[in-house]
Design a protein. Structure first.
Length: 368
């Protein structure tokens, strides 16, 4: 066993938010490192056995609290978010949930789940009911509630509102998308939320990207993922982390998983397509020119967002100045750089993002 120590924003530049979220999924966005414990000595497993153990986990009910921290070196993007007057979930919500530090309660019972993000003066909730093919995004600060429903054939594959990145979702994404581009090993046994856990370590085989390693804590009894972390290359501490601080494998009260619009809330209804398009492909009836494209795969994947529709969106001079202050000029455009993600704004309006260098993004933009 390897014991190494281990309504849409008025500003098109808000594609930054979508790019960060998409790249996080491609690069397997993460969670906190396992706390090594010399008193924990679980039965040895090979990497393949640990992956199989986690994949076979049959946990369908859970309540717990997770904590997220991030240190991406990301500048303040609030002036670019354009959230004034919003009536539902927006790119600013996505990027805030990804980059901020948050505490959240997690509730799961079969097809129903809820993520309750607790801010200092407000909370945001995501409810998902897969059997009913619906969900809610609720923001107490703006007193808005967005109701999502899936359209069409009830036997079709379902696209649901994302409940956020929990350790289990991140593990599933990582193993599904990183494949042969990754070295996988077993780290040091430890404890998370009072549970004995294994540590699964993922490292890119190619050292050209920004990610150094991703670590997951796997419950030694249930196989559920309880923590994970993503660390930039040559860094000592995780740049993004989420971990359960307490967990119970008991079903929450049914009322906890059901939402009824509160008095005074603005309710917006949205319909989700039955067949979400695969990266780089487009369903019939959608505008291919507005869909993101993924170049490459694994750790080196790059997300491309098309130029804006200037007839419906555009940045103010103040926002353009702010964007300029957050980026540096390069050949053919400007770049925003963080510990884990680089965003390249091409002069023609296209936006490219990935866990790679600015030079790599520029080459992709040039078609090399």
């Amino acid at each position: 066993m390897d014991r190494r120590h281990p309504r849409r924003s008025p500003v098109r530049w808000l594609s930054i938010a979508g790019a960060f979220v998409a790249v996080a999924a491609v690069a397997a966005a993460v969670v906190i490192p396992t706390a090594a414990d010399a008193q924990v000595n679980l039965p040895d497993k090979t990497p393949a056995q640990l992956i199989e153990f986690a994949a076979a986990s049959d946990v369908t009910a859970m309540t717990g609290t997770i904590e997220q921290t991030s240190d991406l070196g990301l500048p303040d993007l609030s002036s670019l978010m354009g959230t004034s007057g919003k009536t539902g979930a927006s790119p600013s919500d996505a990027i805030d949930l990804l980059t901020g530090s948050h505490t959240a309660n997690v509730y799961l019972d079969g097809d129903k789940s809820r993520l309750q993000v607790l801010d200092r003066l407000a909370e945001r909730d995501v409810y998902v009911d897969r059997s009913a093919r619906e969900g809610w995004f609720v923001d107490s600060e703006t007193q808005t509630a967005t109701h999502y429903t899936a359209a069409g054939d009830t036997t079709a594959p379902q696209q649901q509102p994302d409940t956020g990145q929990t350790p289990q979702q991140m593990l599933d994404d990582a193993l599904a998308k990183l494949g042969e581009s990754t070295d996988i090993s077993v780290g040091i046994d430890g404890r998370v939320a009072g549970r004995d856990v294994y540590e699964l370590v993922l490292e890119p085989k190619d050292d050209a990207g920004l990610v150094g390693e991703v670590r997951f804590a796997i419950d030694g009894e249930t196989g559920a993922a309880l923590a994970a972390s993503i660390t930039a290359r040559e860094a000592d501490q995780p740049a993004f982390a989420v971990t359960f601080t307490d967990v119970s494998y008991t079903a929450p009260d049914a009322a906890t998983l059901t939402y009824t619009p509160a008095p005074g809330y603005t309710v917006e209804n949205k319909t989700l397509p039955d067949h979400p398009a695969s990266p780089g492909t487009h369903d019939s009836g959608t505008d291919a020119a507005t869909q993101p494209i993924v170049h490459g795969q694994g750790w080196a994947a790059v997300v491309e967002l098309p130029p804006p529709d200037t007839s419906t969106s555009g940045a103010t001079s103040e926002q353009q100045a702010q964007l300029k202050s957050l980026t540096r000029p390069v050949a053919g455009g400007r770049v925003l750089e963080t510990a884990l993600v680089t965003v390249y704004f091409a002069d023609d309006g296209r936006v490219f993002a990935g866990a790679v260098s600015a030079d790599h993004l520029a080459r992709v933009a040039a078609g090399d």
